[in-house]
Ligand binder design. Structure first.
Ligand SMILES: [Zn+2]
Ligand SMILES: [Zn+2]
Length: 887
């Protein structure tokens, strides 16, 4: 709330900003007053801006990936809100079925309890309690980042609304025959005891043995002999001349458990260039073999079960762990003389579970699938085609652009999506089976009786849906769908989906697929994929190297959320990885402190009546005023354009530079003393704070209050470019003056002069004399000069160093700058060193052996070093000449 504006004194404003004192109370007052809710201004035609937050796991804690996501989304949301658009950012949490269930099962295991001891109902209660306990942790951590999301609309994937959406979409897809139950090859994790989607399988390059086995007249190659017990079919390519004579024939083949009858089939799936070109098939444990078996209507028999053990079909090996049985099976084959050779160094990609790293067993299982290649009734397109089309025709833009290709390629190769998971926690599949007549009933709400036989003995499918099924509906299930709510009408399709690129396929692709199907519109218009957070040296942060890991919450308590946000945004970009280390965060804390100190200086130099007065163009007085206002307009224009184009890092850098260099280093210096202009100072400060606000919301809000502003800065209007405050001619004049000052500073550095030492100077100002006169005090401070003798023009004083810039001449007497004798001595020494170094380099450049053998870069380096020394020698000689004339 606005307090009475007072005259500030040094005591009111400490010199350092303490983020811990401000951040939590500011967040609470934003939240309490409803500042995060979308506002539609009367008669405003502005389009809404919506982001649905990628929901963190309900039982998780805030990590750097979340922190980057929250910072970027909050920048967008705050910017659009300030532009006056109805802006909505919905927070939420995800139930993360497998991960959460695993966690609770582990906790129970400590008490030697399994989920089966508790039973489904009790176990789910246990999980729900666990989720409730930890949901608050993640919620409060999201708040800590300063995220301006609308908590009144917070959603959890298992809430009644999203659950209804899940059942509704399931039923619709089932009725459209896009969801089916089938016995198909799935990726099975024997440890998680569940299926995994194709993209939940990780690949690990590993070394294994590759076996060449005698199979009748053929040699077949395999890395997994334990799956080969029942291989009765040899497949060859129909055009392979070597095997043409065998096609359609049967053989007796001595095999692992005695002699079997084998048949030879022709199928184009066999690759004549791979191995011997003949292969046997294992339809129950390989996707390709399964497809061949289906084409030829072959029997499909499981050799490996859900625990990763051999089934009864393995004869004497039945019940053994499949992998461990391998050597024994090879021994048995070898005893029969059936092992041709063994390649010990076979490199292949081993599939492992992305959650627990256990080796995946592909096996056939009866599961629920979404068909991606079947035409949708009345739409005449498949889910795959719909999902590719919306990106191709530009309805969805993916940033960075290179991911559009990757997305399309992935979609084109998508197989039917297995959506059932053999766990208890999650959205239970809305399918009931009649115990009496075996009817399969799909309903949105639990049916009481069988439709066919009226029996009330119905049993719901025990499996739950893949987590990504519900998160695929997230942009609209959070807005009230299937009800036609006003939120849904106003805020869907959403504007931006911002997330890490590692989740493009898991989640983004599924949202596109599910939304274009269910709503016949895209879920979002832009996908912004941020990069990974890496260490200072560009390495991946890893838990195994704790010294490289940064805990965002620690950093917030040490440096404040604003500093952390800036350090994660600056240097990043769509798809670009960002480097993060503690010193970088500390550096941005210094910048946050600079904002505080610039404001502090201005507040100490203004009165309550200055603060109360709105800015008026009449307040613009000096050339410096015109210059800074011109620069500010340029900044407003450029930073707005950059934010619109999602170049947040560049926008942040520009605003940072403006505040630190132009505003603090130059304008404040120009404004000290006699040229103080509170009206302009305050105007620039207010606009700069607004531009900074999306990046550093807390400090800007804290200072806004100190400026006595009535409303929150977060609800203020984004500055707009104002042409009437652009003064190009005046701006140029000031730029010339600060170029001159920079030149004097550069010369001081070049001659290694004591930075604190003050000199006298003669300045001939030419056309800029009047302005130089006006800014004389500032120039004296900025260039560290003592007495300035200023006139329009004159003759060059003897024994003085001259600096000429934009028609202005500055002369500094040598004897003020240095003891000439000593300086000549210094030059002599430096010259000798340079000449010696140069001779060495030239020697190498004249050496033919060196030129002939050294890599190109090395030769180039030597050449450029030589040039550097030559230049330094010329400069020193020129300087010496000037001094000798003076002496
Ligand atoms: Zn697993
Ligand atoms: Zn029935």
């Amino acid at each position: 709330m606005p307090k009475k504006i007072t005259q500030y004194t040094e005591a009111d404003l400490p010199k350092a900003y303490d983020a811990n004192l401000f951040e939590d109370p500011i967040y609470q007052s934003w939240e309490k007053t409803g500042a995060f809710k979308p506002v539609t201004k009367k008669n405003s035609k502005k389009k809404p801006f919506t982001i649905i937050m990628p929901p963190p796991n309900a039982t998780g804690t805030l990590h750097l990936g979340h922190a980057v996501m929250l910072a970027l989304e909050d920048i967008m949301v705050r910017y659009h809100r300030m532009k006056g658009e109805p802006t909505l950012w919905i927070p939420g949490t995800d139930h993360a079925a497998i991960a959460t269930q695993n966690k609770v099962e582990k906790l129970l295991a400590e008490k030697s309890i399994t989920r089966h001891d508790l039973g489904r109902k009790k176990f789910i209660e246990e999980v729900e309690n666990f989720v409730k306990g930890s949901q608050n942790t993640i919620r409060n951590q999201v708040r800590k980042m300063g995220s301006s999301c609308d908590w009144s609309r917070e959603t959890y994937t298992l809430d009644p609304g999203p659950s209804l959406a899940v059942r509704t979409v399931f039923k619709r897809m089932y009725d459209d025959e896009l969801i089916y139950r089938g016995n198909r090859i799935v990726n099975w994790c024997p440890r998680c005891q569940s299926t995994l989607a194709d993209d939940e399988v990780k690949y690990k390059e590993s070394r294994a043995k590759f076996y060449y086995l005698k199979y009748g007249p053929f040699i077949i190659g395999t890395a997994r002999p334990e799956t080969k017990f029942l291989d009765k079919v040899v497949v060859v390519h129909p055009d392979d001349k070597r095997y043409k004579k065998y096609i359609g024939k049967t053989f007796d083949v001595p095999w692992i458990n005695g002699t079997i009858k084998a048949t030879v089939l022709a199928d184009k799936a066999s690759d004549p260039t791979f191995g011997t070109g003949a292969m046997t098939i294992t339809p129950a444990h390989s996707q390709i073999d399964f497809e061949i078996a289906q084409r030829h209507k072959l029997e499909i028999v499981k050799i490996i079960d859900e625990n990763g053990n051999l089934t009864e079909h393995a004869g004497e090996f039945a019940g053994m762990n499949a992998k461990q049985s391998r050597e024994k099976i090879i021994e048995a084959l070898d005893a029969k003389g059936l092992v041709e050779k063994i390649d010990e160094n076979y490199m292949h990609n081993l599939s492992v579970c992305y959650r627990c790293d256990t080796t995946i067993e592909p096996l056939t299982s009866t599961q629920w699938f979404i068909s991606v290649d079947k035409k949708i009734p009345k739409r005449n397109k498949t889910l795959k085609q719909l999902s590719i089309e919306v990106v191709k025709n530009g309805k969805i833009e993916i940033l960075p652009e290179k991911f559009e290709k990757i997305y399309t390629h992935w979609m084109e190769n998508l197989h039917d999506w297995c959506i059932s998971r053999q766990i208890w926690f999650g959205h239970q599949i809305p399918v009931w089976y009649c115990k009496n007549c075996k009817e399969q009933i799909v309903e949105i709400e639990t049916p009481q009786k069988c439709k066919k036989c009226k029996s009330s003995e119905l049993q719901q499918d025990p499996d739950v849906l893949d987590t990504w099924f519900s998160s695929g509906l997230w942009t609209f299930s959070t807005l009230g769908w299937p009800k036609n709510t006003s939120d849904l009408k106003t805020f869907h399709p959403t504007s931006v989906l911002e997330t890490g690129y590692d989740i493009l396929f898991f989640w983004v692709a599924r949202m596109i697929l599910m939304t274009t199907y269910a709503l016949n519109e895209v879920p979002f218009k832009t996908v912004y994929l941020h990069g990974l957070v890496r260490t200072r040296n560009g390495e991946k942060m890893s838990k195994s190297k704790p010294e490289t890991c940064i805990d965002p919450l620690d950093m917030i308590s040490k440096y404040g959320a604003d500093a952390l946000r800036l350090s994660m945004v600056i240097g990043g970009g769509p798809g670009n990885d960002v480097r993060l280390y503690e010193e970088k965060i500390a550096g941005y804390r210094n910048f946050v402190n600079k904002i505080w100190n610039v404001t502090r200086f201005i507040l100490l130099n203004t009165t309550p009546s200055d603060l109360a007065k709105p800015f008026n163009k009449k307040d613009v007085k000096t050339t410096a005023d015109k210059w800074i206002l011109t620069r500010l307009q340029k900044l407003i224009k450029e930073s707005t354009q950059l934010i619109e184009k999602y170049h947040f890092s560049e926008a942040g850098m520009k605003i940072y530079d403006f505040l630190w260099n132009e505003m603090a280093d130059w304008y404040l210096e120009f404004s000290k003393g006699e040229h103080k202009n509170p009206a302009v100072l305050l105007h620039i400060l207010r606009d700069t704070l607004k531009l900074l606000h999306p990046f550093v919301p807390y400090i800007t809000e804290a200072l806004w209050e100190k400026l006595g502003m009535k409303n929150f800065i977060m609800l203020s209007e984004w500055p707009t470019y104002n042409k009437s405050l652009v003064f190009p001619a005046d701006a140029k004049k000031i730029e010339k003056i600060y170029t001159l000052i920079s030149e004097i500073r550069r010369v001081r550095a070049e001659y290694k002069l004591d930075p604190a030492k003050k000199f006298d100077a003669v300045i001939y100002g030419g056309a800029l004399t009047a302005l130089l006169k006006e800014k004389e005090q500032a120039i004296r401070r900025l260039a560290n000069l003592e007495n300035i003798t200023l006139s329009k023009k004159g003759t060059k004083p003897a024994k003085a160093l001259s600096i000429i810039s934009s028609g202005m001449e500055v002369y500094i007497p040598f004897d003020q700058m240095f003891d000439i004798e000593k300086e000549l001595e210094r030059i002599k020494k430096e010259l000798a060193q340079h000449e010696k170094d140069l001779a060495g380099l030239q020697g190498r450049l004249h050496n033919k052996t060196f030129l002939g053998n050294a890599p190109k870069e090395v030769v180039e380096q030597v050449q450029s070093d030589a040039a550097r020394h030559t230049e330094a020698i010329a400069k020193l000689k020129e300087h010496r000449l000037g001094l000798e004339k003076a002496a």
